[in-house]
Every structure is written in C-alpha cells, then in structure tokens.
Design a protein around this ligand. Structure first.
Ligand code: SF4
Length: 347
C-alpha cells in the first residue's frame, strides 16, 4: 500500500524542461545512498581515498569485470604504490603486470600519465578536473569518477552501467550511443547529483547497474529505486536501452608462424608503432587479404616449406576468438613449421 502511494506520488512529476523534478531527485539520492551503504561490495579500491589507487582501479575496470580486476589491482599497487614508482618504472614491467587484462593501450597511457604527473605536479595526483582531464587516457567519465569518489567533488559519471540505469530511470528510448543520446544522459547524470556524498552516489549508481539493474534480467522486485523508475512504470524495462548501431570491427588477417625448437617457442617483442607494442608474440608474416591459401603461400615464400610430417593442417584445424580489443582476434590454426636442428628457418 505504502509502495503504491510512493509510485503515485512520483508519477510524471517532471519539471517544465523535461528533467526529473527536485522531489524525484531527493528521493533518488536518499534511497540510493541508503541502499549503497548497506549493500556495497567490499572491494580493495573502496577502502581508500587515495586518488592514485582510485585512478588505477578506474583504468583497469574499463572494459574489464570487477572479479578479474581485483588480483591485478592488488599486484599492481603492491609493485607501484604511488605515482613516483610508476613513473620511474620500465614500460616493459608495467605491461608485464598488465598481461591478461587486455587493451594494453591503457597500461601505456597510465605509465605516460604517471610521468606527466611526476613532471608537472611533483608526483601529486592533480585535484582539478581540467588538470586530470589533460592526462593521457583520462576522459570525462574517468576524471569524474576519480574526483567524486576520492574527494566528493560534484561531478557526474557515465559508463556502461549508469547508461543503462539512467536510461531506464528516465525511460529514455533513444540510441544511447548517438551524440544526442549521450548528451541527454550526461545532462541527466549531472542534474541528479546530490549536494553532498557525490562519490557514494556515483558508486551507488554503478553498483545498482552491476548488481540489480542488469542488461537482461534486472531484479526490479528488489530494486531500491523501483518507485522512481519510469521504465518500470511504463513496462518498458526490457526495451531500454533501445537498439544501438553495431560497432564496425576492422577485419585484419595476419599470418602467424609458431616456430618451435625442443620445448621452446620463438617470440619477438613488438616494437613501438606496432599494434601490440611492448608485448611478445610469435613471428608474423604480415597482413594478407585472404586468410587461408594466400597465407600458406606467403608463409612458404618467407619461411620455406613446412617440414614433412608437420605440414599444413597438422591436426590443429580449429577456430577461436576472444573479445580483447578493437581487433577481436579470430585464430584459425592449421599449418605449423618446426625448425630443424642447426637450421634457422626465419632467416
Ligand atoms: S526498477 Fe528495474 S529497470 Fe528500474 S532501475 Fe530498478 S532494476 Fe532498473
């Protein structure tokens, strides 16, 4: 009964410019903050207000799940406990600690940003939004997250979870990836910020999106803000966020040759300017237009015929893929080459 009363009370109460009303916003922050206080997961980066540690966690959490990030975060801040130690590190060591997290550009930018902070801010993580946004790899979301969580600055955030939560709360049916859709959601994110506790409020929104307001089966029956949710009231939850334009992935086909000798595999370190710069990979014969036959021809032209008995499709004909980058690799293994003793076929 009380629940129904709240729903009626909040129904369609919007201000003239279409933004959500003051009473709605007060109720949202009160309910969300109370829920977050009770339900927040205990995560290592939530036990500190250190801007450096929050920054590391925010960069690692981009495109990566919380459970995956926890051990990486702990290892990383143990080895590099502050800006100075990260700035002084060798890039190869930074990439090594990042190995397995994917999107390695994040690690390189983190390292470059630490060097910028050491050079321009005496090693102290900056506290103004403009200075933070001028660092490599930091956009509006990351800057807002670091400064609101660490210092309670009144800054909005917008990332995958909050995009979903806000578009449902406001029953926004436009394309959330379009310029207009993003602007609308940033405006909402800004307009609903409470006067204080912005760090907890922003984290509460993200937590709600991660734990309750999930993409496919949101748990509306246990949602702390169900009474304020326009999508729920209009029975539109399953249709929001609406369809978005799918991303155009670039198709690139490369020959990769695994060269073994005894129990060893020949690896080379990718140089600056290459796609996987700083990382190690098996030898590559470059890009080809057609994956199979031309790859085999070029492989032979460069490396000679595969050794008899090992040759093409040596029992490894399989395809797999993993979404770790803008070039999600699809690997088809088929041919392999084994170095004969005292002969180096890669020359
Ligand atoms: S009521 Fe459902 S759709 Fe609305 S915010 Fe809560 S979980 Fe999300």
């Amino acid at each position: 009964m009380g629940h129904m009363k709240i729903i009626r009370h909040m129904k369609d109460r919007r201000s003239a410019n279409g933004m959500l009303s003051a009473a709605w916003r007060r109720s949202l922050s009160k309910s969300l903050l109370a829920w977050f206080k009770l339900s927040a997961r205990d995560l290592p980066w939530r036990r500190t207000r250190d801007l450096y540690a929050i920054w590391i966690s925010e960069i690692m959490l981009q495109q990566t799940q919380v459970a995956t990030v926890v051990p990486y975060f702990e290892r990383f801040v143990r080895r590099f406990p502050d800006v100075e130690s990260l700035a002084a590190a060798d890039e190869h060591e930074v990439l090594k600690l990042w190995e397995g997290l994917g999107y390695y550009r994040r690690a390189r930018q983190l390292h470059a940003a630490a060097q910028q902070i050491a050079g321009e801010h005496g090693g102290q993580f900056p506290t103004s939004i403009d200075a933070v946004r001028s660092l490599p790899g930091i956009g509006r979301y990351t800057a807002g997250a670091i400064l609101s969580i660490g210092l309670d600055q009144r800054l909005p955030i917008l990332e995958a979870n909050t995009i979903r939560v806000l578009s449902r709360l406001a029953a926004y049916r436009g394309d959330v990836n379009s310029g207009a859709g993003r602007q609308r959601l940033w405006d909402i994110a800004e307009s609903i910020l409470p006067k204080s506790d912005c760090g907890a409020f922003n984290q509460g929104l993200m937590e709600l999106g991660s734990e309750i307001c999930t993409p496919r089966s949101p748990a509306c029956n246990t949602c702390p803000v169900v009474a304020l949710c326009a999508a729920h009231r209009k029975d539109l939850v399953a249709r929001i966020p609406g369809p978005t334009k799918s991303k155009n992935y670039q198709q690139v086909t490369e020959i990769a040759v695994v060269i073994r000798r005894g129990g060893n595999v020949l690896l080379r370190q990718c140089q600056r300017g290459e796609r996987w710069a700083g990382l190690s990979k098996v030898c590559s014969g470059g890009q080809v237009e057609r994956p199979c036959r031309s790859a085999d021809r070029r492989q032979r032209a460069r490396f000679g015929r595969p050794e008899r008995g090992v040759g093409e499709s040596a029992g490894h004909d399989e395809t797999w893929s993993h979404p770790i980058s803008d070039y999600p690799p699809r690997v088809r293994s088929g041919s392999c080459l084994t170095a004969r003793p005292n002969r180096e076929p890669w020359r």
